[in-house]
Design a protein around this ligand. Sequence first.
Ligand code: ADP
Ligand code: ADP
Length: 226
Amino acid sequence: GSTITLHNLAKTYPNGQKAVRRLSMTVADGEFLVLLGPSGCGKSTLLRMIAGLETISGGELHLDGKMANDLQPSERDIAMIFQSFALYPSMTTAQNIGFPLAVQKQDHDRVNARVHSVAQTLGISHLLDQIPGRLSGGERQRVAMGRAVVRRPSVFLMDEPLSSLDARLRARLRTEMLAITRSTGATTVYVTHDQAEAMALGDRVAVMRDGVLQQIDTPRSLYALP
Ligand code: ADP
Ligand code: ADP
C-alpha cells in the first residue's frame, strides 16, 4: 500500500462553497480508514481530491511522501469504487474486470488468467459471460470490486460502495471487501454516513463535519467517548 498524507488540504468550489477546510491527517500503509460524517460534510470532495478527480484549492497531498497535488489520476496508483457501480453496460463481466489491464496493453493470456483468479475470489466465475444488465445489485458490486482490484493498486478509495444494497447483502459484501483489500495490502479510505458500518470496518474512523476533521481514532476509543 501507500501512505496518504494530507497537510491543511482545502477545497473551495467556484461558487464559493467551502467543502473541505484545512484538513490534515495521515493514512498509514495498509490501513483501512473509514471517513464518517453526514451528507454534505465534504467526504466525497476529499476522496475525489485524493483520486485527482477534483482540483485542490489549498494545502498539500502526499502519496508515499511525494507531493501529489498536480498528478493526473492515471499517474496515481489508485482505484476508486462508487455506489453507482459505473460498469460498462455493453461489456461482459470478464471484459469489465479485465478493462484496466487491457488499456495497459497487457498480454491477453495474462489478463485472462488474472480475470479468472479475481472472479474466483469474488465468487462470480459463473457470471464471466454476462453483461451487467443481467446481474443483481450484489453481483454488479462484486464485478466493480473485481475491476478495482485487478491491477493490484496500492490505494482503494470507496465512496459509499454498498449503500444501494439491502442490509443483509451489505453485511456480507462488507466482509468480502475487507478480506480482499487486506489480501492486496492496499491502503483503503472508505466513505460512509453509516456509523455501524464505520465501526465494523475501520482500523480507524475519521469523523468529519462541515469540511473539518472532528476526531480520528480506533472504533474502540470512539465508542468509549461519553
Ligand atoms: P452525495 O451527498 O452523495 O455526495 P450529492 O447529491 O451531494 O452527493 O452530489 C451529487 C453530485 O452533484 C456530485 O457530483 C457533486 O459534486 C455535485 N454537487 C453537489 N452539490 C453541488 C452544488 N451545490 N453545486 C454543484 N454541484 C453540486
Ligand atoms: P458528502 O460526500 O459528505 O456528502 P460532498 O463532498 O459531496 O459531501 O459535498 C460537500 C459540500 O460541497 C456540500 O455542501 C455540497 O453541496 C458541496 N458541493 C459538492 N460538489 C460541489 C460542486 N461541484 N460545486 C459546488 N458545491 C459542491
